[in-house]
Design a protein around this ligand. Structure first.
Ligand SMILES: C[S@@+](CC[C@H](N)C(=O)[O-])C[C@H]1O[C@@H](n2cnc3c(N)ncnc32)[C@H](O)[C@@H]1O
Length: 231
């Protein structure tokens, strides 16, 4: 019997009970995520289906290591996915969202003129109020308010400029747990000529262990999620 995964073929002699329970758990995660995505995708936002699946699974895993911090929740599409991932595990850590709503200019969703109100409505609808805190302020200034080693995961999706990421990434490193994970969304996009900027390449991609997640379906034309782990 063979199994093809990630472009590799694995020979399997026998399905053990441990393997079948693992496969069962993974199937459950997919089923739960399909139901969640059906609702979360109604929220105006930029995270795509499979980027969201990565956020969901990593949130479930890394919430055990500390709080999860999101920079740039906008209306909450990514936040509710992260929050539901956190609720699927036993942890009393918090989801901390930071957005300077005064900086919000949405060309994609011009009718969305009150994203803060929309975010709070969605947090309530997805039953996340008890784990949720919002800082309505600049992301890099807010990151400096937290103590070292207190975040298990930090998701960066705010203002995609070189100037901003150069403030946010060091501030994120300062508070992430040494086994935690930092994610960047959409940094290989038109703002930076469809590739990472020189600073991101030299200071992040070349310095850390990274995985790049991108939806291949044209319908989900996201610009990818960079998952950054410490070596
Ligand atoms: C691309 S949207 C985030 C989309 C959301 N994560 C999603 O997947 O639907 C970017 C958000 O970053 C916020 N933002 C921009 N500059 C910021 C800053 N300096 N500090 C905090 N938030 C900022 C904007 O207000 C906006 O809500």
């Amino acid at each position: 019997m063979t199994l093809s995964y990630g472009g590799k073929i694995y020979k399997i002699q026998k399905i053990t009970s441990r393997m079948s329970s693992y496969i069962g758990n993974v199937s459950n995660i997919f089923l739960e995520y399909e139901k969640l995505w059906a609702k979360a995708s109604q929220i105006p936002g930029y995270i795509t289906k499979y980027e969201g699946l990565t956020l969901y699974m990593l949130s479930a895993a890394y919430s055990a290591m500390g709080n999860i911090i999101e920079l740039g929740p906008f209306c909450g599409r990514s936040s509710v996915i992260i929050g539901q991932g956190m609720l699927s595990t036993i942890s009393d850590n918090k989801l901390i969202c930071i957005d300077d709503f005064s900086k919000q200019k949405s060309q994609t969703f011009p009718s969305m003129n009150n994203p803060k109100e929309e975010l709070l409505k969605n947090i309530k609808y997805f039953n996340l109020e008890k784990i949720f805190t919002l800082y309505d302020m600049d992301s890099s200034a807010a990151l400096n308010l937290f103590n070292k080693q207190t975040a298990g995961m930090i998701f960066i999706d705010s203002k995609h400029t070189e100037k901003q990421i150069r403030k946010e990434f060091p501030a994120a490193l300062n508070i992430i747990n040494s086994n935690g994970v930092i994610l960047l969304h959409d940094y290989k996009n038109l703002h930076v000529e469809k590739k990472y900027s020189k600073w991101i390449t030299e200071n992040i991609v070349m310095q850390y262990e990274t995985v790049y997640i991108k939806d291949s379906t044209p319908k989900y034309a996201g610009n990818g999620l960079l998952v950054i782990m410490q070596k």
